[in-house]
Design a protein. Structure first.
Length: 212
């Protein structure tokens, strides 16, 4: 029996990946997990509205509210501790996580990226910019990746990936929609694997244990 995942979801935007996590948790298809806190750096984020609609504690926390990076990071860590958070899911969170937080939650922070890492990752590779780069490169496939968060953008060990063909007539918008649907499949699946204690993490390698 594993301990319950008390998850904080950090999001900057509309919150579609947040909803993709909340729904199976509420339905009981992801057991031993609950979304206990939603944090956004954007006061108008749809993610905060989704949290309120679902009765989940939510918090607008932005670097601009603080005099220093240190003060902001302390406030973020304090909020996570106050809500008993033991797992963090980044869901379209457009800010880099400070090393102090990564250290406090080592191998317990995950992110979903709208491409097949290590391709099309790194600084500036988010949202439409990823899909524009994929199409410009004439890549035959794209997809989504769930990975561990470390101190480099889009760099940590890969947990799950799922690919799809890039159609000749795809635009960044149509590709984004298809990739988003994949994100909504593999992100809750990754959380389920963690909740079941089946994810074993090495330096740059993840092993998923099969059911007994």
């Amino acid at each position: 029996m594993t301990s319950t995942l008390n998850i904080a979801v950090l999001a900057s935007g509309k919150g579609s990946n947040l909803k993709a996590i909340i729904d199976p948790v509420r339905a009981g298809t992801i057991r031993q997990a609950r979304v206990s806190l939603v944090i956004s750096n954007n006061s108008d984020a749809g993610a905060l509205q989704i949290a309120r609609a679902n009765g989940i504690p939510s918090l607008h926390l932005s670097r601009q509210q603080f005099e220093s990076d240190e003060a902001f990071n302390k406030a973020l860590l304090s909020a996570l501790t106050r809500h008993g958070i033991n797992f963090i899911a980044l869901a379209g969170y457009l800010k880099k996580i400070h090393p102090s937080i990564i250290q406090a939650y080592r191998n317990r922070i995950i992110n979903v990226h709208p491409a097949l890492l290590p391709s099309f990752g790194g600084p500036g590779m988010y949202g439409k910019f990823v899909h524009e780069a994929v199409i410009k490169s004439r890549a035959a496939t794209s997809g989504a990746t769930v990975h561990i968060v470390d101190d480099q953008y889009d760099h940590g060990a890969i947990i799950l990936q799922k690919s799809l063909p890039v159609a000749p007539d795809d635009t960044p918008e149509t590709l984004a929609a298809k990739v988003s649907a994949i994100e909504h499949q593999i992100y809750p699946e990754a959380i389920r694997l963690f909740a079941e204690g089946r994810v074993k993490i090495g330096e740059q390698h993840v092993e998923i244990e099969s059911h007994a």
